[in-house]
Design a protein around this ligand. Structure first.
Ligand code: SAM
Length: 235
């Protein structure tokens, strides 16, 4: 499912974005393309808008994951790779996961233009809506930015995701606050922070940190998959 999180504006996004987006004011929210059909160019312009850097603060967000130089990071709902391609220079490997083939193609088209040393750290993966298709304990860190509200049966999804994370791996969820914001998706696609916390705990994660203030429009939740508890015979 494709989704919109910003009122599009003049953009430096790639050639795909030359077509003028169909809504230009925050007061005129676009209907969300539920099937992902059409409107791809305006989604790209939206995700990659110049203004996004101001409110998204990607470097601050990425720093919350600590040193990634020996870590495999999964970017779930990678979209155009706004976070993926900022993570690639910092991580051992980045798996850009999406359920929309058009974004997978877009991600691959960006990746081929990267220097070889970065290209080799990148992998795109077309996943299923109910499964990110990670191998057991494959990811040492996971980012889910502006995507959580589009996932159905989230507790089950988080349990499946957890299997693909190494013990102690961090999960960073960033999404729009449930307020009448000038940007972001319609309220129906937002999940209240308290709900995210509850769902993470139900799925077996430990919530390490919640930050409602660092980003103007979004909350940040940092959770971890608990390290394996020792069995009695190991103790
Ligand atoms: C609003 S975009 C966010 C893209 C990117 N994370 C960013 O912040 O720019 C949401 C993305 O999540 C993808 N998506 C929606 N549901 C998904 C699911 N169940 N699993 C993986 N990706 C999903 C969409 O195709 C879309 O690319």
């Amino acid at each position: 499912m494709a989704c919109r999180h910003d009122a599009p504006s003049t953009s430096d996004a790639p050639v795909l974005t030359r077509e003028k987006p169909t809504a230009t004011r925050a007061s005129e929210p676009l209907p969300l393309p539920k099937t992902g059909a059409g409107n791809f160019e305006s989604l790209v312009a939206d995700y990659e808008s110049k203004e996004r850097g101001i409110w998204q603060k990607p470097e601050l967000v990425i720093a919350m994951l600590g040193d990634l130089s020996d870590k495999t990071v999964a970017d779930i709902g990678a979209g155009t790779g706004y976070f993926t391609f900022r993570l690639v220079p910092k991580a051992k490997k980045v798996i850009a996961i999406d359920i929309d083939q058009r974004f997978i193609r877009f991600l691959d088209s960006v990746n081929v233009r990267l220097p070889l040393q970065y290209r080799e750290r990148f992998e795109s993966r077309l996943a299923k809506a109910d499964d990110p298709l990670l191998m057991p304990e494959e990811a040492d860190a996971v980012v889910l930015v502006n995507t959580y509200g589009y996932i159905q049966q989230r507790v089950q999804y988080l349990k499946t995701l957890s299997k693909g994370m190494s013990p102690g791996a961090r999960l960073l969820i960033i999404d729009f606050k449930k307020n009448n914001l000038p940007i972001g998706p319609p309220e129906e696609y937002k999940v209240a922070l308290s709900q995210v916390e509850k769902e993470l705990i139900t799925a077996g994660f430990v919530v390490e940190k919640i930050d409602k203030d660092a980003l103007d429009y979004q909350y940040i939740v940092l959770a971890t998959k608990p390290s394996k508890t020792k069995t009695q015979s190991e103790q």
